[in-house]
Design a protein around this ligand. Sequence first.
Ligand code: SF4
Ligand code: SF4
Length: 440
Amino acid sequence: MVLHGLFGPSLAPKNLATTLVWLHFRGVLVLVLLCAGNFFCFVCPFMLVRQVARRLFQPWLAWPRKLRNKWLSAGLFVLILFLYELFDLWSSPWWTAWLIVAYFVAVLVVDGVFKHAAFCKFVCPIGQFNFAASTLSPLEVKVRDQEVCADCVTRDCIRGRRDPASELVVVQRGCELALFQPRKSGNMDCTFCLDCVHACPHDNVGILSRVPASELMGDPFRSGIGYFSRRKDLAALAIVFTFGALLNAFGMVSPVYAVESWMARMLHVTHEAPVLGLVFTAFLVAEPVLLLGVAAWITRTWAGSRRAMPALMTRYSYGLAPLGFGMWLAHYSFHFFTGLYTAIPITQNAIASLGRAYLGEPRWTLTGLPLRAVQPLQVGFLMLGLTGSLLVTHRLAQDDCGDHPMRAFVPWAAVCLLIWVGAIWLIFQPMEMRATFMTG
Ligand code: SF4
Ligand code: SF4
């Protein structure tokens, strides 16, 4: 993909870098997260560089204490969304290739210097997306039997399995993301690397099924994370994940151009950056603060919750994650399914450009599924997201206000409905067919 991005055709729909990254990778990513779990972190290609580098030299520093949270990675997540819109990354194979290269370099530098999986846990924006989405997945890496752990003295799942001849030599890594299996709860921060599975001497860890979103409904102490309700950085990530989904979809519908040119005229600017900055502030700051703030205020005054406003906003923000995931699914599946077969002619073309058409002449007529087949699927994903958010917020309201659970639930249900209506409106707008030949 990098080679084709740098040296292949500059037209996005003909290049493997743009097509595979922006159409296929994102589509398969969200579908695998929905149907299974965080298997993309499991097969992350960026880790390859890390493994090779660690054979050559060992990292020597601990990740700075002040950065042991999600603020940096959530900020990088927003930055990537911003750059994606500003530089129209989906239309530039060259920039897409350099983005991949930059990612490899960033992994090499961060994990070359800092011990454990600092990049995965505290830096990687794609990883944070996967962590947030995998809270809705049906699979989880967890212990089979807590009683076995209670009798365990070695705790290899976190310490790593040591060489019997020398305690200092680790023959199998334990969890580098600081998740101690017996007290791990849910998929947050789990890269599905399976180190703990291999390290446990009692074969007591596996990939097991569970109810999707169930981890959002409670607030237990979680190893390596703490309490969700006390993590404002994690709540910010959930908010960016949810409202970023709407923002990212808004960037590809026709009305965005009218809105942006109106704003540019009002601001008397000709560059897109300040206008985009305002759009991002509206979607990622003003909208969540307003919606969550009003809902939290009603929960306090009408339902009698004793929690402070920021605590309520933090707690219930996780309840919006299913809706956010529904929107990402609706958006990415649109590109994925409408451009489903495009990888075939592009690969044929890439091979043919080497001198001989081993895979035949490119069949450019191969595109994807028609819109009429994809749109019902998008609506289904949004319905699924709405249902998940209503279930989670209802459970949170029950725990929060035992006396008046419905009063606590109603404002959050209204927030979910508002977001859902906005999402439905978005998917029925004329959309850009990014990185495909079709127009519509
Ligand atoms: S998961 Fe395995 S290694 Fe870890 S505490 Fe339980 S039994 Fe011990
Ligand atoms: S070691 Fe186990 S708990 Fe830790 S990230 Fe890998 S799969 Fe998840």
